[in-house]
Ligand binder design. Structure first.
Ligand SMILES: Cc1cc2nc3c(=O)[nH]c(=O)nc-3n(C[C@H](O)[C@H](O)[C@H](O)COP(=O)(O)O)c2cc1C
Length: 153
């Protein structure tokens, strides 16, 4: 199965997990960026507000065409019990080009169920596999990643 991992990461946690999954699957990966508009304290507050409102935000151009892949794995930090605005935008823009989807999120400890539900709702796609990692789990994510991958292979 040709797989692409698409993720957003403000402080590199989701990036680290995305790269671990990439290593296991030996697949392509694309980081979604939005011009660092959520950096710093002000960015934190703006990010929380925009995620609460379910807002999308402008993203930088992508380099990988999702329609070239059998499966797209979406990775997002949880912001205010939601996916981040940049991932919301990615789904609004490219969902039609995605054949199959799986998703994961990283968080401090709450809101992951709502964030994953929102991805399924916005995409309208049954997720082949889902995973959340809390800050407690993030140091040793191997077992959860293995389970996550087993469902999509
Ligand atoms: C604006 C904002 C809102 C957040 N909201 C939540 C939340 O609702 N629940 C939670 O458990 N963590 C929340 N977090 C923490 C992040 O989800 C967590 O630190 C995540 O692992 C960061 O991923 P990253 O390093 O890839 O950016 C929030 C972080 C930010 C910046």
């Amino acid at each position: 199965m040709k797989t692409l991992i698409v993720y957003y990461s403000r402080t590199q946690t989701t990036k680290r997990i995305a790269e671990m999954i990439q290593k296991e699957l030996d697949c392509d990966i694309e980081e979604i960026t939005d011009g660092n508009k959520y950096n710093g304290k002000l960015g934190f507050m703006k990010g929380g507000m925009n995620a609460t409102m379910g807002r999308a935000s402008d993203i930088d151009p992508i380099t990988k065409n999702p329609s070239d892949y059998d499966l797209v794995i979406i990775g997002t930090p949880v912001w205010s019990s939601n996916m981040v605005p940049a991932i919301h935008t990615y789904l609004l823009k490219y969902n039609d080009q995605i054949k199959n989807m799986a998703s994961f999120c990283t968080c401090m400890g709450g809101g992951y169920d709502k964030a994953l539900d929102k991805i399924a709702e916005v995409s309208g796609k049954t997720q082949l596999s889902t995973m959340f990692l809390t800050s407690k789990e993030i140091e040793n994510p191997q077992e959860k990643i293995k389970t996550f991958i087993t469902k999509i292979e």
